[in-house]
Every structure is written in structure tokens, then in C-alpha cells.
Design a protein around this ligand. Structure first.
Ligand code: CS2
Length: 488
């Protein structure tokens, strides 16, 4: 039964004229994409690119699958998958997105998810499952991860993303269908390569013939995704309901800027993404690294340094002169020089544009949101840069401050009894509670986290600089940020 007070196919036509809406009949599209992880980022980014295309390519609608959490399904199913995107520019825009036509929760609807993955119309599986969703240890599949242990023992009834991808591919092979393309849209360097290796490692263990088929026939393009997407809050829900005249249980919001660079390697056709503004390229290496290091790295730096200074949002942090100056120097002088920039890429202009985006006063992007999952983010956002700076004999003092700030952040949360949002929360809380404030010992305790620091824990220069940064932050954050402190 449709609810006249709720956004849905039935109420779409009656929305006020200022609200943008699909330029196609959502009900006349076909599902060609299965997306794993339909959080705010997917709904504000890839689903919007597809929404731009469905008028001309109606075969690429999305089945959105949450692996465990039923919240997105429960919010969007009564709305026929429709939801509102708020674009946070100078003149805010509201736009109803229609590209998601089915919403499933795999935990409760496993058979439907598996059937969808095996459907002949589905030719693309996309993912935004965050770093931890890949179940990696270092660069490879974590065979000790409980979900992977489960799925290897019971591959027909998986719980992990990798398990679902392989179960779907297995069913397609058995049915004589082509494989789908598997497109990672998460902030990981070489995201497609990592996913391909993890998928093959999993498949080899359950069926070497299947693994060989995947290796030969399926593709895992890399992609770089970018758009700042603060979590949905009550203010947004209320604003959207007032503007629409009907309720939307889960609108999303993002900055107007969005970028998607995709490696053009699809094994069975693809949506004409370039017509929606995505950049299709033979080789995207360089783009993903530049974005991770120059946007996500500084974001995490702000999150941990800002937290220690009790600053709430990114824009607030950018209004703090000491922190803003530190960040800009970190980006221009320490991170940019480590990049092997793609041809035509102007790193300094890119930095300028990112700083402008961070300053956007229309966005309340909470630092606490970015601080989540530090154990997964620190290695790919900051440690790679540190590694390269060390190898090149460049200064690393400034680069060590955000890492040391993360340690202080963990310590503070643990000592205040505040739970961390992190897959390693328990181990981190133990370490945090055991810290004494003595830099050498505290840093050593964190560096024992092999999954985070790996070989970097044995780099003498890094360890020494980290101890100095940790001690400096322990004394006074603002002094530690002062541009030349921490340098020899
Ligand atoms: C942020 C990203 O939450 C975070 O960790 O750094 O979500 C960031 O906003 C996006 O990657 C921007 O594209």
C-alpha cells in the first residue's frame, strides 16, 4: 500500500516544481547493476551518475544490497527506492534520484540477492563497503577474518562481500552466463587490483576451475571516487520534508563537486558513464593515489588534530589559522612531492581546489565521522606517503603529526571510556587504556599493531619522528602545529 505522505513512485508527480526529479519513468527501467553497500556515499555519487543516464540507457538501474544492516532497505523500500539528494552549494538544490529500483538486505534476503547476482540482465557489480569490507590483511585477503572463514566453509551461504561476489560468479558460470564486471568504488589505492586478487584468492580455495574462469573472463576496473558527503542528520530530513511536502525517510547530502575516474575495463558492456561526466581512462593509476593522499590523508589529519583541539567540523578546522596553515603546508610541501602525478595533473592547483572544498561553509562535515575506522584509513592515506618520503630522504616530521594525533585520539577515547568506531576497536581500546603519556612507550605500543604499521614499525627515522610528534602533541597541540616545530 502506498503512503500518500511518503516519497514514492505514486507521489513523485505531485512534488513542487522546484524539486528536480528523474527525466525518465523509474518504473520503466531494468536492473543491470547490483551495488553492495548503499550508504550515503553510493546514493550521493554513483547512483546519481546512473540517474543521469537512465533516460538514454534504461537497462542500468540498480539493485542496492546491504550485507547486514536492514536500515536502508527499511527506509527506501516503501519509497520504491526513491530518495532526495541535497546539493550543498551557494544555492542549495534538491533532486530526487530514481536509479535504485530494488533494495535488499542480504542477511534477511539471501536467496533474492543471489538470484539477482545470477540474473542475465546484471552485468555490473559495484561496491562501496569501506576499507574494512574487503577483509584484507595488508594487500591480500585475510584468511583468518571470521567472515572469510565462514564463507570458505559455506560458500553457498556467504556473509562477506567477497563471498557474495564469488557465489554470484559461480552461479553465472554454472548457467553458462558471462561474468559481471566488479567495480570497487572505495578509497583504497589500486582498489580494483586488490579486489581482484582477494576474489581470486577466495575462489581458488573453493574451486580452482572457477578461479581460472574468473581470472580469464571477469574484470575488476580500478576507480577513483570523490565527493564530500556528510552523514544525514535531522536538519536535512526536516528541510527535505518541508520542501517536498512528503516525507523522505533517508535523504542524502553532498557538496556540488563530484568526480569519478574509472578504468575502462568492463567485461560485458557498461553504462555510458562518460555522458554523465565520469572520466573513463585506460590507466587511472596516479589519480587514485593523488586523491587518497591529497584529500583523504589531509581529511584524516584534520579529524585527529581537530579532535584534540575540540573542533567539530572540517570548515571550523579550516577557520583555525594554525591548523589551516599546517594543513596547507603538509599538502603542498610534504604530500604533493611524493606523487607520481599523471600527465597533465597539476598537483598545486589540485591542492588549492581541495582546500576550497574543505572551507565550504555550506557543509557541516563532522570530524568525528572522518575519524571512524582509523586503523583502516591511516595505512592507505598517510603511511604510503610517509614510506615514499622516507625512501626519498625527504623530511617526515610534519607527516608524523597526524599519525601521532590518531594515537592521542585513541588514548583519549579509551581513557574517557568512549567506544571507537573501528573494526579494531577492542585492541585499540586496550592499547589506549594502557598508555601512560610517556611518548616512547605509548608509540611503541601502537607500533606493535602489525596490521596498521607493517614494516614501517621497523623504520628508525619514522619511529623517532613519531615519538617526537607524539610528545609534542602531548604538551600542546597548537605549539606542535606551529609550522617549523617538530623539525630539526
Ligand atoms: C572522508 C571521505 O570520511 C572520510 O574518511 O575522508 O569520505 C571523503 O569525504 C571522500 O572520500 C571524499 O571524496
Amino acid at each position: 500500500m502506498t503512503d500518500a505522505r511518503r516519497l514514492s513512485d505514486a507521489t513523485l508527480a505531485d512534488l513542487p516544481p522546484g524539486i528536480e526529479r528523474p527525466r525518465y519513468d523509474p518504473a520503466a527501467t531494468r536492473i543491470g547493476v547490483v551495488h553492495l553497500g548503499p550508504g550515503a556515499f553510493h546514493r550521493a555519487h554513483q547512483a546519481v551518475y546512473l540517474d543521469d543516464l537512465l533516460a538514454e540507457a534504461p537497462e542500468w538501474a540498480v539493485c542496492a544490497v546491504s550485507l547486514r544492516n536492514p536500515d536502508v532497505r527499511d527506509a527506501l523500500r516503501p519509497q520504491d527506492g526513491l530518495y532526495t539528494l541535497s546539493l550543498l552549494g551557494e544555492t542549495p538544490r534538491l533532486r530526487v534520484i530514481g536509479s535504485i529500483r530494488e533494495v535488499l538486505c542480504a542477511r534477511d534476503e539471501q536467496a533474492a540477492v543471489l538470484a539477482r547476482l545470477a540474473h542475465p540482465d546484471v552485468r555490473l557489480v559495484t561496491l562501496t563497503i569501506t576499507e574494512k569490507g574487503y577483509c584484507l590483511a595488508g594487500d591480500g585477503l585475510d584468511l583468518a577474518h571470521p567472515d572469510i572463514v565462514h564463507d570458505l566453509a559455506a560458500p553457498a551461504t556467504p556473509v562477506s562481500a567477497i563471498g557474495y561476489i564469488v557465489a554470484g560468479l559461480r552461479a553465472r558460470r554454472a548457467a553458462g552466463l558471462k561474468p559481471y564486471t566488479v567495480l570497487s568504488c572505495d578509497n583504497l589505492p589500486d582498489n580494483g587490483g586488490r579486489l581482484r586478487r582477494a576474489t581470486l584468492a577466495f575462489a581458488r580455495r573453493i574451486d580452482p576451475g572457477l578461479a581460472a574462469w574468473i581470472e580469464a573472463e571477469a574484470t575488476f576496473p580500478r576507480s577513483m571516487v570523490d565527493s564530500i558527503t556528510p552523514a544525514t542528520d535531522e536538519v536535512l530530513r526536516e528541510r527535505v520534508a518541508a520542501a517536498l511536502g512528503v516525507e523522505d525517510a533517508w535523504p542524502v547530502q553532498r557538496e556540488p563537486y563530484a568526480q569519478w575516474v574509472v578504468e575502462d575495463a568492463f567485461c560485458d558492456g557498461r553504462p555510458p558513464f562518460e555522458r554523465a561526466g565520469a572520466i573513463l581512462s585506460g590507466d587511472i593509476a596516479g589519480h587514485d593515489r593523488a586523491k587518497l593522499r591529497l584529500l583523504n590523508g589531509p581529511h584524516s589529519a584534520l579529524a585527529y588534530l581537530g579532535a584534540l583541539m575540540d573542533i567539530e567540523t572540517v570548515a571550523d578546522a579550516m577557520r583555525h589559522p594554525g591548523l589551516a596553515t599546517f594543513l596547507e603546508r603538509l599538502m603542498r610541501e610534504d604530500i604533493a612531492p611524493t606523487l607520481d602525478a599523471p600527465a597533465g595533473f597539476d598537483a598545486q592547483a589540485y591542492v588549492g581546489a581541495i582546500l576550497e572544498r574543505f572551507r565550504n561553509p555550506a557543509i557541516r562535515h563532522r570530524l568525528a565521522q572522518i575519524a571512524w575506522d582509523g586503523s583502516q584509513k591511516i595505512p592507505v592515506r598517510l603511511l604510503g606517503t610517509l614510506h615514499d618520503a622516507l625512501a626519498a630522504g625527504r623530511p617526515i616530521d610534519r607527516l608524523c603529526l597526524p599519525v601521532a594525533a590518531w594515537m592521542h585520539f585513541v588514548r583519549r577515547q579509551a581513557r574517557n571510556g568512549v567506544a571507537l568506531v573501528d573494526p579494531m576497536a577492542d585492541v585499540l581500546a586496550d592499547i589506549g587504556r594502557g598508555t601512560t603519556g610517556q611518548a616512547q612507550d605509548d608509540v611503541a605500543a601502537f607500533l606493535r599493531l602489525d596490521a596498521v604499521f607493517g614494516e614501517m614499525a621497523g623504520e628508525r627515522r619514522f619511529v623517532d619522528a613519531l615519538v617526537v610528534a607524539y610528545a609534542a602533541l602531548g604538551r600542546r597541540v597548537e605549539r606542535a602545529l606551529a609550522t617549523d616545530s617538530g623539525r630539526d
